[in-house]
Design a protein around this ligand. Structure first.
Ligand SMILES: Cc1cc2nc3c(=O)[nH]c(=O)nc-3n(C[C@H](O)[C@H](O)[C@H](O)COP(=O)(O)OP(=O)(O)OC[C@H]3O[C@@H](n4cnc5c(N)ncnc54)[C@H](O)[C@@H]3O)c2cc1C
Length: 260
């Protein structure tokens, strides 16, 4: 369990950011569920709960998710149930149980770039950007490509409403465990975007243009995709096993989208 010397109920994101960068042991608090698994000595825990950052809203171009939005809100939200074949909502619905999902937050998950994340895999197959208080708006793909987690505050997740059709699949050894692999595939204007996460490293993207389907068969395309991805071994599965599962999940996903 972590310890906190001081709790700050931030009055603005700016105050939160200024406090964050003053001391390396000052940190932002999301739902604190992941922090509880560790034993960090936190100097100031910066609480964003009073800043109205818990929302899911849409306009004609985008869906926006506030960083303090819980996974339970994402799972049950009407907008997310419909758009992109519901994959954003579906990506979180198997995570442990309702009590945990009612606490854990979208901003903490994405900002921390967790390799095991189901939510990040779903977001990455869509046209997703994030807004950082200091770093501004960046694509999720470029944010994940940077090894380090910046000392910044994620203030918004932005998903472009471009009409993609999409599917999300995951494989777990047991229902409430972390995924041994997850996979999301989207399709728009004949471009397939294939994302594989929990390899166990961070989710990565591969793109397939439709012309490739004419010159190669699906098995060859999938082999090429997974050969270019790294799969590692941990207590849940071997790299070799993950690679085999990846081929199956990608094939099923593409077939599902082709048949829509
Ligand atoms: C028991 C358990 C099982 C889990 N199983 C799964 C699973 O199967 N699949 C899955 O995808 N996920 C799983 N998770 C992870 C979960 O989905 C969340 O990603 C995780 O709990 C972080 O959310 P939180 O609100 O608890 O973050 P916290 O513990 O509050 O914070 C985590 C980190 O994020 C930072 N942070 C918080 N908010 C922000 C912000 N706005 N900007 C920048 N940094 C911020 C904090 O400073 C901290 O470093 C599990 C978590 C737990 C505790």
């Amino acid at each position: 369990m972590f310890t906190i010397k001081q709790h700050l109920m931030a009055k603005s994101v700016e105050e939160g950011y200024e406090t964050l960068v003053k001391n390396r042991n000052n940190i932002i608090l999301g739902g604190s569920a992941f922090l509880k698994l560790g034993n960090k000595n936190i100097n100031i825990g910066i609480d964003l709960s009073n800043l109205e950052l818990d929302y899911i809203r849409e306009d004609e171009n985008n869906i926006e998710i506030g960083p303090m939005t819980t996974f339970r809100s994402i799972e049950t939200n009407e907008i997310l149930k419909d758009d992109f074949d519901g994959i954003v909502a579906r990506s979180v619905e198997e995570i442990v149980g309702i009590q945990l999902r009612s606490v854990i937050t979208a901003g903490a998950t994405v900002a921390s770039k967790y390799g095991f994340s189901d939510f990040i895999t779903a977001l990455l197959c869509l046209d997703t950007h994030i807004e950082l208080f200091k770093g501004g708006v960046v694509s999720l793909e470029s944010y994940l490509a940077e090894e380090k987690v910046p000392k910044d505050i994620l203030v918004k997740i932005i998903i472009k409403k471009d009409g993609k059709s999409a599917t999300f699949k995951t494989m777990r050894n047991s229902k409430s465990d972390y995924a041994i692999l997850n996979c999301a595939v989207s399709n728009l204007d004949d471009e397939y975007r294939v994302v594989v996460g929990a390899r166990p490293g961070r989710a990565v993207v591969a793109r397939i243009e439709n012309e490739q389907f004419k010159i190669e068969n699906l098995e060859e395309i999938i082999k090429k995709i997974v050969d270019e991805m790294k799969f590692g071994t941990n207590m849940r599965a071997s790299g070799e096993y993950r690679k085999m599962i990846a081929k199956v999940l990608i094939r099923r996903s593409i077939e599902e989208l082709k048949n829509k």
